[in-house]
Design a protein around this ligand. Structure first.
Ligand code: SF4
Length: 436
């Protein structure tokens, strides 16, 4: 979400006539886009603000530099922030681009008119994001998001479709629709609609090859949404379904709203409706009060489901949440670390085994660019695939696949985190095939 917001704001600046700079000393405007989902992220942001203030006092930075802070660090109440960081010129809540662009425009005699709405990235990545619903109404006890990003607010479908059309015109092939709880899209719109309705409309855009959505809540992942993934050719068989804990008492304490069995039923239903679906998840270890036995139940879920990827985090107390006020953070830091290690170790075994099964299989890969001097892309299941023998050096060569091109490959090697493939040919096909 933050990457997407940064791209959009940066596009607004470019349209106003600003150029990008990576030099903090000489930049006219510095915007710090903040994530505070964990306390450590907020500490990093406040540390950066402290360094900027010090540099300004010592005149190593321009004294007339405009500093703006946006993102989750900026809640509805800002008086404390303003008192602590008087050097900040603009405080903007998530997606509030207007005050930043307007202030920069006033300072530099540039007109932000027309640059504020629909800030679509000028040179978007071939695989890009579109936020469709902001905020969250779930209030899980460990999470700061509803307090900082606010209650759920869906963007209008026509605005999203217009934005997606523009992105496709600018070269985007793979769009991910984003929301903290993307499945609840549309319940607040009149007439009411849902994510499946929106997916159907975006799917119609000519030139778009792949469509995904992120992140889902198990309780809001409806049959209609699963049917859209199953039936619409461009919608990728790739779903992130966070379970967060495998023990029912911990799930109640997290206020997740489902039991372990209900979560596993949702996984079974998803696999039954979408054979070969790629499943990823999010998991917290060391939630307050989590015993070794309760943690073992999380490992059991990982063994049973065999997710393609797990985003695992150690619980950390987040001031302002229900858990920070009511549930003491009583699991020892060393225990949390050990549990994190156990999840990583188990997932490494699962992913090694599952990825090895893909050797010899063929996939369509959307080429995205280069990493570690090798061309890479992703298949419909979001697996990272390196193209053997094709380096960054070849990127401009004749007959070499370019970013945005879909090629057919055969998998020749695997690791827990990625696959290696040989090029077979270009692919113009858009078929609904089970993916691993
Ligand atoms: S559903 Fe996700 S974003 Fe919403 S409160 Fe729970 S963890 Fe936070």
């Amino acid at each position: 979400m933050n990457t997407s917001d940064s791209e959009r704001l940066s596009s607004g600046f470019l349209q106003m006539g600003f150029d990008p700079s990576d030099d903090l000393d000489t930049a006219d405007v510095v915007v710090l886009n903040t994530c505070v989902v964990r306390q450590s992220a907020e500490d990093t942001a406040t540390g950066m603000l402290g360094r900027l203030a010090k540099a300004r006092r010592q005149s190593t930075h321009r004294t007339d530099q405009m500093v703006a802070v946006m993102g989750c660090m900026v809640g509805p109440e800002q008086s404390d922030l303003k008192r602590r960081f008087p050097q900040v010129d603009v405080w903007a809540r998530p997606q509030q681009f207007a005050p930043i662009l307007e202030t920069a425009g006033i300072r530099h005699g540039l007109d932000p008119e027309g640059c504020l709405t629909g800030a679509v990235p000028v040179n978007p990545h071939v695989a890009s994001f579109i936020p469709i619903v902001h905020g969250c109404d779930k209030f899980c006890t460990f999470c700061i998001i509803p307090y900082r990003r606010g209650r759920e607010a869906s963007r209008s479908a026509s605005e999203i479709v217009r934005e997606a059309e523009l992105m496709v015109e600018r070269g985007v092939k793979d769009i991910t629709l984003l929301g903290q709880n993307v499945d609840s899209y549309g319940h607040d719109l009149r007439p009411r609609m849902d994510l499946a309705d929106l997916v159907e409309r975006v799917h119609e855009i000519s030139g778009l090859e792949r469509l995904r959505f992120l992140t889902s809540h198990p309780n809001d992942m409806s049959v209609r949404i699963l049917e859209a993934v199953r039936d619409l050719p461009k919608v990728c068989e790739n779903i992130n379904l966070p379970f967060q804990a495998g023990d029912d008492t911990v799930l109640v304490n997290m206020r997740r709203g489902y039991t372990r069995d209900q979560f596993l039923d949702k996984i079974a239903q998803t696999r039954e409706m979408i054979p070969g679906v790629n499943l990823t998840t999010d998991l917290i270890v060391g939630f307050p009060g989590e015993t070794d036995t309760q943690f073992e139940r999380s490992l059991d879920v990982l063994r049973e489901v065999e997710f393609d990827k797990v985003h695992v985090a150690q619980y950390s107390n987040r001031e302002g949440t229900f858990a920070s006020r009511k549930i003491p953070d009583n699991v020892d830091r060393a225990v949390k670390k050990a549990r994190l290690g156990m999840v990583d170790e188990l997932q490494q075994i699962i992913q090694t085994r599952n990825n090895a099964k893909l050797v010899g299989k063929r996939f369509d890969v959307l080429v995205e660019g280069s990493k570690r001097d090798r061309l890479h892309g992703r298949n419909r299941g979001d697996k990272l695939i390196y193209l053997d023998g094709l380096s960054t050096h070849d990127l401009r060569g004749q007959g070499v696949p370019q970013p945005g091109q879909t090629v057919n490959v055969e998998i020749v090697g695997s690791s827990p985190w990625s696959l290696e493939a040989e090029l077979i040919g270009s692919s113009a096909r858009q078929e609904k095939v089970p993916v691993a």
